[in-house]
Unconditional design. Structure first.
Ligand code: FE2
Length: 423
């Protein structure tokens, strides 16, 4: 019997800069997908508008799933839209409210999570962090994810549980998600191609989506560049020429005040993927390839994932070395004193630990040279989960990183830092 029950609903920015969104969901059967939306308050959908979507064969192992997606019209910044997804036959998801983020010329605010992959609570811990973000940083407008949303991206139930346990947030806030290694390492894929893009819908620059995707979002005064370290499958570490040239054009041509890069694999990490022999090869390759690009074309912040530790660097120059003598000033951020670098020669790199249950630490003795780029680092213990607030104004980009103990709900570590630029 046909089953059009929507699972694993995601909301993505459809285009680089618009109020249009791509809403994606999975079904067991292919029908006629429908998005219906209305004003917040019209709970019976009596005045709803309808958008027909598309259903395509999805990417799942040992199961049949269809990727359903629909594209919204151009919603206004700050608008709240009540919506459901489903099928023309009358099967719909529960209603959710989409919060369309603000788009001020002098401001951006988003919450960052990474490596939520968690086969125990499947999003239960991530949801607690999202609730913490609501309290500490209520002005965030969207979610940025550093990759590895789920442990095994070809298992449909990992996605459906992860996204239903976080539905209060993940159906309401647009997400900009980087491709993680759990979306492209062949061992996880079990012969299935393209599982990442089965779960999101964006208007992508032309590219092969088998190993993940790259794209960009502009919101407020920030360009957010989501790079795909899945090129590892083709190159052993570096970005392919086509992705590199695209990234260069994006950074060089963007008029936005702040340029923020998200890439799953770190260019700097005190964890095993930044320090241990063959495991660190992609890190060193990406560092050599991208440090000149980031420095020359004005990247301010690089956020990675993968190593499940907290680390933040000094500004990194074009030669890949830390600018340890950069001036700093103090600035208030969410009631904390943030250390901001001034006159940075390149971006700071930030690894925001993880929002799932796979915490890690330093796994081999670091040489002084390996330690030198880091202004601060911290091993994350069992039962600790983390996220970060990122906010920009005209002259300051500020970050608050928070680690919670999941059992007590108490904050056990914070770091506030960022970049200041004048002129
Ligand atoms: Fe991970």
């Amino acid at each position: 019997m046909a089953d059009f029950t929507p699972e694993a609903i995601t909301v993505s920015f459809l285009e680089k800069h618009s109020g249009r969104f791509g809403i994606t969901w999975q079904t067991r059967s292919a029908g006629r997908p429908v998005l219906r939306y209305t004003e917040n308050g019209d709970t019976l959908f009596e005045h709803a508008s309808i958008v027909y979507g598309k259903a395509e064969k999805g990417a799942a192992y040992d199961a049949v799933r269809y990727k359903n997606y629909a594209e919204t019209p151009d919603f206004k910044p700050g608008q709240q839209v009540l919506y459901q997804v489903g099928d023309e036959s009358g099967v719909y998801s529960e209603a959710a409210i989409l919060h369309v983020p603000e788009d001020s010329p002098n401001h951006t605010a988003f919450a960052v999570f990474t490596d939520t992959q968690d086969t125990n609570t499947v999003g239960g811990w991530w949801e607690k962090l999202l609730c913490d973000a609501d309290k500490v940083f209520p002005q965030y407008g969207f979610i940025v994810h550093g990759g590895d949303i789920v442990e095994t991206c070809v298992f449909p139930d990992h996605w459906s549980k992860m996204l239903s346990n976080t539905a209060a947030h993940t159906r309401s806030y647009p997400m900009a998600v980087a491709t993680g290694n759990h979306d492209y390492w062949k061992g996880y894929l079990r012969g299935v191609d393209g599982p990442f893009y089965s779960h999101f819908h964006m208007a992508l620059p032309p590219q092969d989506t088998d190993d993940g995707v790259y794209f960009s979002v502009e919101r407020g005064n920030a360009l957010i560049l989501l790079l795909n370290s899945g090129d590892y499958n083709k190159t052993g570490g570096r970005l392919t020429d086509s992705q590199f040239e695209w990234a260069k054009r994006e950074l060089r041509d963007s008029p936005r005040r702040w340029k923020i890069v998200i890439i799953h694999n770190p260019l700097f990490s005190p964890g095993k993927y930044g320090t241990m022999e063959w495991r660190a090869i992609p890190c060193l390759e990406l560092r050599a390839q991208l440090s000149p690009l980031f420095s020359e074309h004005g990247a301010d912040l690089v956020i990675c994932g993968h190593d499940h530790m907290f680390a933040r660097t000094y500004p990194i120059g074009a030669d890949g070395h830390p600018q340890t003598d950069a001036d700093t000033v103090k600035s208030d951020f969410l009631g904390r004193s943030a250390e901001l670098f001034c006159g940075a020669a390149g971006p700071i790199h930030f690894e925001p630990a993880c929002a799932g249950h796979q915490n890690r630490g330093i796994e081999c003795e670091m040489t002084p040279e390996q330690r030198a780029p880091f202004r601060e680092m911290r091993e994350t213990g069992s039962g600790e989960v983390a996220w970060a607030a990122v906010e920009t104004d005209e002259n300051e980009l500020k970050i608050l990183f928070r680690t919670l103990d999941i059992n007590s709900g108490k904050c056990v570590f914070e770091s506030a830092f960022g970049i200041r630029k004048d002129g």
